[in-house]
Design a binder for this molecule. Structure first.
Ligand code: SAH
Ligand code: SF4
Ligand code: F3S
Length: 456
């Protein structure tokens, strides 16, 4: 169905954005959407209507990267179909596959017009204009300018009732874990300036955002300067952001165990707005494997760290990432992972079979673990993780807590919010509105969601 509109034709171009991968890609997709909006594109959820299909891609595991190529295969027919109707379709590939594979994408996917990396996407409108002339564009050079200075600023959070928002404060990684592509796809660690971050946080708050999640591949490695020139780490930044009026909740992700410093612990101890939830991936529980992964800490050091965090904030809930079947991992090594998980009792976790990635040291190692063994370990690990998650959820029954209301529920009158521990909570909304913090008593719990009733 075509819409009637008085805008000039050029202003009605539509873009369909599909996002894979981590939260940083979600953030980047929003920024690309804004850059394109300033250039006359509107976003659509209907891919058949799109003049531009933009994939923001992830390279972390083989499956993630392959998904992109199968999607591109499907778009071929779509492009041909639209062409029959006299409508052109541009296809853009952004994100980490773009960065890692560049030109290779043009070879494998003949319909792709533009390939643009995570550090250059502010130049997307320009690349698209070039591609319009028939030239296929690859722009994955690290830009000398700062992309954040070139992105439009005013549109942040203007979507109505956007209660919770991401804010990238740090990008890239210098840790070089031997399994991981991120240092290659996102480049070396950079922190955004305090001023940029605070300005963006203020804009978000002015637009009605109540909760901000600071993002970084190594978010707790963030460092910057205060207005009077003092050295700041993430803890200092959190203290500062907590003073912004309207912001009720702060979170951050993802952290590396090596960068949890004292000031950050103080933030957990002293800042009620900083939610008692910490994503602190450990990947494995065997020291031998941790060493081979280049994680640069032992299992015991990690457990001691968690003890200190819990001393600072006793109700903190831990979340983690795990890889099973790293090269050389024996059943005994895997048992050490299970033992660590049993001690920590994560309330949420992401676990994966090791996927050898081209260009990473892990892929070159002998002694790769057979697929069936990886699958078996993953299943055993996930059974334990899910059990802990459910037990944690059930332990909330009868508790009173603040819930930040985010969206309508399935049934009329229902609203869905988040607990301090990032669980979804369904309540009967009554007079409450999205964006409100309401006091709730939990009445029921399943692995992924809670139910509660409002209390005075
Ligand atoms: N910066 C974060 C993680 C980024 S990647 C950190 O340091 O923990 C997100 C998760 O993907 C990782 O924590 C890891 O569990 C998983 N992952 C990364 N590379 C992988 C690979 N080659 N195979 C399987 N899982 C992988
Ligand atoms: Fe990857 Fe390790 Fe860096 Fe995390 S810390 S992004 S796992 S290299
Ligand atoms: Fe994937 Fe890139 Fe994020 S590889 S996990 S999208 S940083």
């Amino acid at each position: 169905m075509s819409e009637q509109t008085t805008l000039p034709v050029d202003n009605q171009r539509k873009v369909f954005i599909k996002t894979y991968g981590c939260q940083m890609n979600v953030y980047d997709s929003e920024r690309m959407g804004e850059a394109l909006a300033a250039d006359g594109y509107r976003q659509t959820e209907v891919i058949e209507d799109a003049d531009l299909i933009l994939l923001n891609t992830c390279h972390i595991r083989e499956k993630a990267a392959e998904k992109v190529y199968s999607a591109l295969g499907r778009y071929r027919d779509l492009k041909a179909e639209r062409l029959k109707q006299g409508r052109e379709t541009m296809i853009g590939v952004a994100g980490c596959v773009a960065q890692a594979e560049g030109e290779e994408i043009l070879r494998r996917a003949p319909d792709v017009d533009v390939v643009i990396g995570p550090q250059t996407y502010h130049r997307l409108p320009e690349a698209l204009r070039k591609a319009k002339t028939g030239e296929r564009v690859v722009d994955t050079e690290y830009a000398v300018e700062d992309k954040f200075d070139y992105l439009p600023k005013k549109e942040r959070g203007v979507r109505p009732k956007n209660v919770s928002a991401f804010l990238t404060v740090q990008e890239g990684c210098d840790k070089f874990c031997t399994f991981c592509v991120v240092p290659y796809t996102r480049g070396s660690e950079i922190s955004r300036s305090t001023k940029q971050i605070v300005d963006e946080a203020r804009r978000l708050a002015e637009n009605g955002v109540r909760e901000i999640t600071l993002l970084g591949q190594n978010v707790n490695a963030w460092h910057g300067e205060s207005a009077d020139g003092a050295d700041w780490g993430l803890g200092d930044l959190l203290f500062h952001l907590a003073e912004i009026e309207g912001i009720a909740r702060l979170r951050y992700t993802t952290s590396h165990p090596r960068d949890m410093d004292d000031r950050l612990m103080q933030a957990h101890r002293d800042l009620p707005k900083l939610m008692p939830y910490l994503h602190l991936p450990v990947q494995a529980g065997s020291d031998r494997i941790l060493k081979a992964m280049n994680r640069r800490h032992t299992a015991e050091e990690y457990l001691a760290l968690i003890e200190r965090i819990r001393a600072a904030r006793p109700d903190i809930a831990m979340s983690g990432d795990f890889i099973v079947g790293f090269p050389g991992e024996t059943e005994e090594d895997f048992q050490a992972t299970l033992a660590l998980v049993e001690k920590v009792r994560y309330v949420q976790a992401f676990s994966f079979k090791y996927s050898p990635r081209p260009g990473t040291p892990g892929a070159e190692l002998g002694d790769q673990v057979p697929e069936a063994e990886k699958a078996d370990r993953l299943q055993r690990l996930q059974a334990m993780l899910t059990r802990h998650q459910l037990e944690f959820a059930q332990s909330r029954i009868g508790m009173e807590m603040d819930i930040l209301l985010e969206k309508p529920g399935r049934n009329p009158g229902q609203l869905i919010g988040r607990s301090p521990w990032l669980q979804s909570v369904v309540i009967d909304g009554g007079e409450a509105e999205i964006g409100d913090l309401v006091r709730v008593r939990i009445t029921d719990a399943a692995t992924n969601s809670l139910a509660g009733v409002r209390i005075a």
